[in-house]
Design a protein around this ligand. Structure first.
Ligand code: DGL
Length: 279
């Protein structure tokens, strides 16, 4: 068990922020990353579809021998975590609870902002997770869909990004949040643009870093942490355009991700039963 890999999945390339955080905090762990580039984006889709795709990928990763699964995608963590947990026999962790807990620890004035995709914000997942810890906290949530494209295009630090950030975030500045949860895989790449608009008194919570810390601790407490000494081995799988994944991935991480394997989308459907229509 100990030397089996950790599986991580996302709708596409964005979850590499979580991959990178995990690779840094748990360097002995081998990682298998799946990016659903053929069915990206998830942030505008319904719960039924996100559940179906997520269960298929979780089934695929379990079949690869993964000992633990991380749902790196905030949209999938928001809408499909329970269903994914019920469909596999290994432990599954999402990004919402770790990010919410870090935000609660950080706030001083009890007013937290949350930004994410439409699916994440509509689900209310961060609000529920924050209120489960501290029901008195005030939450202001805003969907920022354009941030995803800006991050993928390498527009961090460009004037267009600053304008979009002002448009999306000025309401949160006026509302007086003192902590902002970056509730989407892509947003850590725009951290300095977001920080410039929010100002120096607002703390930014990066779910990727938080989940990496929680996964490391959890593996030790389950006694499933790797004890190998040699370099960990990482694998990347996508459902379309491996070359694009590799080039955007390099932009995200600053280093090459390889090898990137293509998985047939038809084949993916055999890793889980179709989601029930009453979701
Ligand atoms: N990975 C998604 C998330 O964190 C963002 C991209 C998408 O919409 O699929 O919510």
């Amino acid at each position: 068990m100990k030397n089996r890999p950790i599986g991580i999945f996302d709708s596409g390339v964005g979850g590499l922020t979580v991959f990178d955080a995990l690779a840094r905090t748990s360097p002995a762990e081998s990682l298998v990353y799946f990016g659903d580039t053929g069915r990206y984006p998830y942030g505008v889709r319904s719960k039924r579809v996100i559940v179906e795709y997520s269960r298929q990928i979780a089934g695929f990763l379990e079949r690869q021998g993964c000992k633990f699964l991380v749902v790196a995608c905030n949209s999938a963590s928001s809408l499909a975590l329970e269903e994914v947990r019920a469909s596999v026999s290994v432990e599954v962790i999402g990004v919402i609870e770790p990010g919410a807990a870090a935000a609660v620890r950080a706030t001083r004035n009890g007013h937290i902002g949350v930004i994410g995709t439409e699916a994440t914000i509509r689900s209310g997942s961060y609000t529920r997770a924050i209120h489960a810890i501290r029901p008195d906290i005030k939450i202001s949530a805003v969907a920022c869909p354009l941030f995803v494209a800006l991050a993928e295009e390498g527009f961090a630090g460009k004037p267009a990004t600053r304008l979009v950030a002002e448009e999306y975030l000025s309401g949160l500045v006026d509302a007086g949040v003192d902590t902002l949860v970056l509730g989407c895989t892509h947003y850590p790449l725009l951290k300095s643009d977001i920080a410039a608009v929010m100002g120096p008194r607002v703390g930014l919570i990066d779910s990727a870093t938080e989940v990496a810390r929680v996964v490391g601790n959890r593996l030790v407490s389950l006694n499933h942490h790797s004890e190998r000494n040699e370099t960990a081995d990482h694998q990347f799988y996508v459902s379309d355009t491996p070359e694009r994944f590799a080039s955007v991935g390099k932009r995200f991480l600053g280093y090459q991700v390889a090898p990137v394997h293509l998985v047939d989308m038809e084949a993916l459907q055999h890793f889980a039963e179709p989601a029930s229509s009453d979701i």
